[in-house]
Design a protein around this ligand. Sequence first.
Ligand code: ADP
Ligand code: F6P
Length: 354
Amino acid sequence: MKRIGVLTSGGDAPGMNAAIRAVVRTCIQNEMSVIGFKRGYNGLLMRSENEHEDFEILTTRSVSDKIHRGGTFLMTARCLDFKEERFQMQAVRNLKMLGVEGLVCIGGDGTYKGAEALNRLGIPTIGIPGTIDNDLAYTDYTIGFDTALNTACECINKVRETSDSHERVSLITVMGRNCGDIALHTAFACGAELFMVPEIPWSIEDIAERVKWGVMRGKRSMIIVFAEGALQSLTSDIPALCKEHPDLKDISVHHISSSQVAMIIEHLSGQETRATVLGYIQRGGSPSAQDRILASRLGARAAELLRDDQGGLAVGIRGNKIIEVPLSEVQNGTHAADTELSQLINVMAVMTKS
Ligand code: ADP
Ligand code: F6P
């Protein structure tokens, strides 16, 4: 191929810029040109009045001073129209008009579905895993996960200090959508006492019992890491637990906030419990060295695959080896619950009854 496109889509992730840079510089070394499309799949639809709002030719200089920057300079968006075939076909027509022969799509599971559709319609595509969630099972790591972990750990260290001074329990909600990897790895790295993730069933009564048990063992404060998707594996009968509590008796099981989870833990354990939601801070910031290296390796491989006229693939890393797998095989798979890691968290926090 002589001309390809690149875009970032879905939630941004630190390291996306490093991946774009690697794609561009590998292509230029291979005498290929690159067009950067803006705002995810919106750029391919070219609906702006000014075409520079939709795409730009990327040169070596366009990607200078980018490897260490968080976010994505191509911008990202969720383009719901792109789920419809008529818009995908419009994108194919636009790409052909610009002489773009292949496309690199950097994003998560949803982005890969768009990439697969384009591939099916005749534009060879390569997916690069760019999401903090680490929710693509075919790859050990996604770009942005390591930075998000480091950010979450830094924040939790701070919460721990105030929590310890006040002898409180802190429930800290981290991102990850339906995947518990951010929560599990953050809990391990921060020495958290407890965690709740979507992959492992849990009950609020058990958490409260373990808080009481921790206090009996002399813990002054405790950190509980709560994955934002963890309510889907909650087994407790919440209305029954809350019916005597004046502020919780009207609780809706479908919309339980982190503060309400903290209130229930406090109610059952007798320990003052406060909630902190880390939120978008986890998606920002300069990418870690690990994420820059991973992004650069994956970006280079993606460009080489298109150079060699290969498409319909997602690149990833397994056991420190760069791999590629068919896009059709990578969707909808989070890593299986890491039982070894979850048991180690309990051992390290001295939360196992021996
Ligand atoms: P992520 O890529 O991080 O999983 P989303 O699930 O929000 O993020 O998906 C990002 C974008 O990918 C969507 O806004 C849409 O443009 C595109 N996309 C998602 N699902 C599909 C689909 N089934 N077909 C085509 N495009 C899709
Ligand atoms: O997929 C990345 C992610 O940050 C998830 O962890 C989170 O659930 C979601 O995106 C938030 O999306 P939005 O930017 O639409 O609020």
